[in-house]
Design a protein around this ligand. Structure first.
Ligand code: IPD
Ligand code: CA
Ligand code: CA
Length: 268
């Protein structure tokens, strides 16, 4: 196991690498053309050489930092490690935004030991905002400590969600839920990067974020960052299962979280 000091040091090394990857993405964004879009099965599940090149760059850098760790990444690098230690990575979260030249996307990197989140780094290149946390070390953005918001009611909350690539037969429940939140909160946002949604809860811009049918690389880093910023993350029933597997994720500050769960239980 790593000491807290070692986790802190590793976290800062990862943020450097994430910033390098972010610079690469910003350069590519300048001249990206839609003819470079590839499809991963469904016509709305997109990918490009930018996702793949970023993944390569990250794997190369991270392998040097912790050679004994395996990999679980969106673009297909699966390397098991006998120790249960692994990097869980989305090289480009917000791919659809990027491919349409919308400058709202991120790089998400987590170091995980079995089911325990050790480090989370989410870098948003366009805003030059790098969010990070390590276990029991607090959460930060560009060197400053961050905290979830102090809002206590849903009526004063701004909440975020995402539309999964497939609604898996849950469209009715999901859109009734959205309608309810549109009518009872200060607003509902859909940014297009789950990792950024979670970090915006962590720094108090959103009171809550919920989404289902995600993948571990979308949320692993962000979940740790929210928890270290004083927030709660659970599944839609308030429990911890299906949250790290990313089947159901509800993140919020500690006061708003119970109201979110109460509502989710009613509709789900
Ligand atoms: C997606 C984003 C989006 C969420 C989708 C994810 P990708 O990841 O996080 O916000 O709504 O469900 O799959 O494809 O951009 O890496
Ligand atoms: Ca993603
Ligand atoms: Ca991605």
């Amino acid at each position: 196991m790593f000491s807290s000091e070692k986790l802190n040091q590793l976290t800062l090394q990862i943020t450097k690498l994430a910033r390098e990857a972010g610079d690469f993405q910003l350069r590519e964004l300048q001249h990206f053309e839609r003819s470079n879009i590839e499809f991963k099965g469904r016509s709305n599940d997109l990918v490009s050489y930018v996702d793949k090149e970023t993944e390569k760059l990250l794997i190369e850098g991270l392998s040097k930092l912790v050679p004994e760790a395996g990999f679980e990444t969106e673009e297909g690098t699966i390397e098991q490690s006998t120790t249960g230690l692994r990097w869980v990575i989305d090289p480009l979260d917000g791919t659809t935004n990027f491919l349409h030249k919308i400058p709202l996307f991120s790089i998400s990197i987590a170091l995980v030991q079995d089911e325990t989140l050790l480090i989370g780094v989410v870098h948003e290149p366009s805003r030059n905002e790098c969010f990070y946390a390590w276990k029991d070390g607090g959460a930060y953005m560009n060197g400053e400590r961050i905290e979830v918001s102090a809002i206590q009611t849903l009526s004063e909350s701004l909440i975020a969600t995402g539309f999964p690539y497939t609604l898996r037969g849950k469209a009715e429940q999901y859109f009734s839920l959205i309608r309810h939140f549109v009518e009872t909160t200060q607003g509902v946002r859909r940014l297009g990067s789950a990792a950024i949604d979670l970090c915006y809860v962590a720094c108090g811009r959103f009171e809550s974020y919920f989404e289902f049918n995600l993948k571990p690389w979308d949320v692993a880093a962000g979940i740790l960052i929210v928890r270290e910023a004083g927030g709660s993350v659970s599944n839609y029933s308030g429990g911890s299962d299906r949250c790290q597997t990313a089947e159901e994720v509800c993140a919020a500050n500690k006061d708003v979280h119970p109201f979110m769960i109460e509502t989710l239980k009613k509709y789900w």
